[in-house]
Design a protein around this ligand. Structure first.
Ligand SMILES: [Zn+2]
Length: 385
């Protein structure tokens, strides 16, 4: 049981500030199982999650949608209860939120007193949207939900991002097993039951006209894109299409067959990968209200230069947010009346999930050198910071 003697609420510190909490997505990180002398470590751990969050697409372009708070709560002891019933070390420690492994008989299922967490956070940051409880334990584990709990070790930041996918953005698990491939009781996960799942990133439907992420599927992509030839097991075959292709891949939502996921890989299937395009689109849609809508257009000159007589020259400009709508316009700045002086074309590279490189090739149509300037107009987009 949690008691007043198990620790103390020290207060809240805002670690990412982007204005009024009434307008932002307010994320709160709470400490559990950190002793008073370990609070500097909690601050470091909290910052490491913030760094991971903003290094992960599409959050890379949503920093200004977030306020992030750290709520410092000390515990008398370090760690979490680790009952021997699940093969744990048997440690029973006095911590503020009474975190314990071995819930429902599963050692890695780490749960704390979520009512107490909710009460403490609501008192400190009333406008919270998502709470992550960081448990200072070397034992691997966690649990999801609006109040997600993680032991701070291993790749916990990646696990936390997957759990935020569920809690904050309503995404389904895209993996095709329950306990694990080959670990499930034979026959239990072979065929998804009837009934379309409500989440945006799994479906039973492979009809191009009505599949819920149809807008992201290229006409040339086959549906289903990948079928599972043996519903008695996970399909571990290689993807038949290039990475990043959106289609319908059989094996999703805990079942080997009958349910489909949008891409071969996704963070909602395996935390070692980026979110797929459908999950990213869902996250963006949810976060839009927390972003300041930019009022455009913005115009400017990105570069100037000289193109030699009769020649062509290519420039590139990189790291343009993919969410921006950018138009390029190249004009000569050397006067020479009577005929067109240059022609240009823009080619486009998707250099990363969130960024675009523009390649601009300019051809000089005259027998003299021509100076140019390349102008951009950013027509629209949500705030990028
Ligand atoms: Zn996905």
């Amino acid at each position: 049981m949690m008691t007043a003697t198990d620790g103390q609420v020290m207060g809240a510190t805002q670690i990412v500030s982007n204005g009024s909490p009434a307008r932002r997505f307010n994320l709160v990180l709470v400490s559990e199982g950190y002793q008073a002398g370990q609070m500097a470590q909690f601050a470091t751990d909290a910052q490491s999650f913030v760094d991971a969050l903003f290094a992960t697409a599409p959050f890379t372009q949503m920093r200004c949608a977030f306020n992030v708070y750290r709520v410092d709560v000390t515990s008398t002891d370090s760690g979490a209860d680790d009952p021997t019933a699940c093969g744990g070390g048997g440690g029973a420690v006095a911590t503020f939120f009474d975190a314990s492994f071995c819930n429902s008989g599963i050692r890695r299922l780490l749960v704390c007193d979520s009512t107490a967490v909710r009460n403490v956070v609501t008192a400190q940051v009333p406008q919270w949207h998502q709470i992550l409880v960081l448990v200072n334990s070397p034992v691997y584990g966690g649990s999801g939900g609006a109040i997600a709990t993680f032991a701070v070790n291993g790749n916990w930041q990646q696990v936390a991002l997957h759990e935020m996918g569920h809690a904050a953005y309503g995404l389904a698990d895209e993996y095709e097993y329950w306990a694990g491939c080959g670990a499930d009781a034979p026959g239990t996960q072979d065929h998804h039951p009837a009934g379309e799942p409500g989440q945006p990133n799994v479906t039973l439907n492979t009809d191009r006209a009505t599949i819920k992420w149809g807008g992201l599927i290229a006409a040339a992509t086959a549906l289903p894109t990948m079928a599972n030839p043996d519903c008695a097991q996970c399909n571990r075959g290689a993807s038949p299409v290039p990475t990043g292709t959106v289609g319908a891949f059989e094996g999703a939502h805990y079942y080997h067959c009958g349910a489909y996921r949008p891409e071969y890989e996704c963070r909602m299937r395996d935390i070692g990968f980026e979110f797929c395009a459908v999950c990213m689109q869902t996250i963006r849609k949810t976060m839009d209200p927390f972003m300041d809508r930019q009022i455009g257009p913005w115009v400017g000159v990105q570069f100037t230069g000289v193109v030699a007589a009769g020649a062509g020259r290519t420039w590139f400009t990189f790291n343009w947010p993919a969410v921006w709508q950018v138009v390029w316009l190249v004009v000569p700045t050397t006067p020479r009346p009577g005929a067109p002086q240059i022609a240009w074309r823009t080619r486009v590279e998707r250099a990363g999930a969130d960024v675009i490189t523009y390649w601009i090739t300019i051809t000089n149509l005259t027998p003299s050198d021509v100076a140019i300037e390349a102008r951009y107009a950013i027509l629209s987009g949500f705030g990028v910071c």
